[in-house]
Write a protein that binds this ligand. Structure first.
Ligand SMILES: Cc1ncc(COP(=O)(O)O)c(C=O)c1O
Length: 451
């Protein structure tokens, strides 16, 4: 590693950070993270904090997962790369596909298409959804529906179904034929409905209305996160996703579950679809599939869709899509070890228990800090605080406020994430109760500062 002076002098000079204005990076240079152990990260000044962001929703098992590191090293020694394009395969990816098939069997997902990350998995789902309809002779089904406030990565397809203007406006025109319906966001919604069950019904009715307006025969798929993540951790009422699934089925529309955050235990269930008792046609996964130690993803495919491709006699089922790193043997080896550790440690159970403690603690903070307008969570280790200037009017907090909370919380012992007016918490799933306490007291310090 270069010395500290070199790193600080060149911080943000020669590369642009994602989701950041280059000028902002110059004004307030990013923290330089140099080490990680367990659920803690350490910066260049030796300051150590609990990582309440969990990398970026992906370091579920923490920073010291030796079996994954060993698997990566062993695979690099044996076969560092070979393509899985037509004609070749590798042992690690074959084994992984069988393990994933078993893991996702309760979700009805039995085939995998490998990718290099979440945006790739979403892109693959959108493309295969259109192809599925073409194979079946419904070539007119090309549109996509999605939720406002949803996040589906940054490729053109994913950005087109994204429901947040920040990721869209500067890149328009996006893909035609993508339409958005209201998310069941209880704190703020166009129906002024504060009852989650009634709101779910209103949103479902709006979805049916949009389908009728567009024409069901023009729609290829509906894509949604089982719990909206980057949009501010918005869990729907339990009736919502099953309602979406029923509407999709009735109208011949495929359901794509974007499980890039929710798969592998984060919600307390093994998958977000399973949390709500839904079997989607596709599930997009990435992130925690390798505990972030290798960029990798998998689109999981439902049995009925798989049969259409595999039994095709029209010649339309050849897949004209794939990535150089689809099924990368090192990624596959990392994912195999990660899946084994994920199951052995039953991280879903810890996510549920620690998630309840974190959520309760955040609700307690809300009683003392007027800046907290809404506390969201209650499903594993994904929580958010929405900050407001005034609780009665729900006027969002000044733009600088969440950043100030974050900065003070960091000094007080926890890295938290800011997304618009929200403070988002997505710590590793191997968190202890004591770590939950550290996060809460660091937030308390941050919130006191802005109070
Ligand atoms: C739900 C969801 N889908 C897709 C993505 C995109 O994944 P990636 O950044 O790995 O491309 C993300 C990233 O946060 C996500 O949260």
């Amino acid at each position: 590693m270069k010395d500290e002076n070199f790193l600080k002098a060149n911080n943000a000079r020669s590369f642009w950070h994602p989701m950041t204005s280059p000028a902002d990076s110059h004004k307030s240079p990013p923290a330089i993270i140099t080490g990680g152990e367990g659920v803690r990260i350490r910066d260049i000044d030796g300051h150590e904090v609990v990582d309440a962001v969990g990398g970026l929703w992906n370091v579920n098992l923490g920073y010291s997962c030796q079996p994954i590191k060993d698997a990566i090293a062993a695979q690099l020694d044996r076969l560092p790369y070979y393509s899985t394009f037509r004609g070749t395969s590798n042992d690690a990816v074959i084994e992984l596909a069988e393990e994933l098939r078993a893991f996702f069997a309760p979700d009805g997902l039995t085939r995998a298409f490998f990718t290099s990350g979440g945006s790739d998995s979403v892109e693959t789902a959108l493309r295969l959804a259109r192809q599925y309809h073409k194979i079946r002779g419904e070539a007119g089904r090309v549109k996509f529906l999605s939720l406002k406030k949803g996040y589906h990565g940054t490729h053109f397809g994913g950005a087109s179904v994204n429901g947040n203007a920040n990721f869209r406006t500067m890149y328009e025109p996006l893909l035609p034929g993508c339409h958005h319906v209201s998310a069941p966001y209880t704190y703020r919604n166009p129906f002024n409905e504060s009852d989650p069950a009634r709101l779910a019904q209103l949103c479902l009715a709006a979805l049916e209305d949009e389908i009728a307006f567009q024409g069901a025969g023009t729609i290829a798929a509906f894509i949604m996160e089982p719990i909206l993540g980057a949009g501010g951790v918005i869990p729907p009422h339990p009736s919502f996703m099953p309602g979406v699934a029923a509407i999709c089925r009735k109208n011949g529309i495929l359901l794509i579950a974007d499980e890039v955050i929710t798969a592998f235990g984060r919600t307390g269930a093994w998958t977000g679809s399973r949390l709500w008792g839904v079997q989607p046609d596709f599930a997009c996964t990435a992130k925690a599939i390798t505990n972030a130690y290798f960029p990798f993803g998998a689109l999981m495919i439902g049995e009925a869709v798989a049969e259409v491709f595999e039994k095709d006699e029209t010649g339309k089922a050849a897949i004209g899509h794939g990535y150089t790193y689809s099924g990368h043997p090192v990624g596959a080896a990392a994912a195999l070890a990660c899946l084994a550790e994920t199951r052995r440690l039953k991280v879903n159970e810890n996510a549920a228990a620690r998630g309840t403690e974190l959520h309760q603690g955040l609700l307690a903070l809300q009683t003392r800090h007027a800046v907290i307008g809404d506390v969201r969570g209650g499903h594993g280790l994904m929580c958010a605080l929405e900050l407001v200037a005034d609780r009665a009017s729900k006027k969002p907090a000044d733009k600088a406020v969440p950043g100030k909370v974050q900065a003070v919380a960091y000094q007080a012992g926890a890295m938290v994430r800011v997304s618009g007016p929200n403070i988002i918490l997505s710590p590793p799933l191997v968190l202890s109760s004591a770590d939950v306490g550290v996060i809460l007291s660091a937030l308390d310090a941050g919130l006191s500062e802005v109070g």
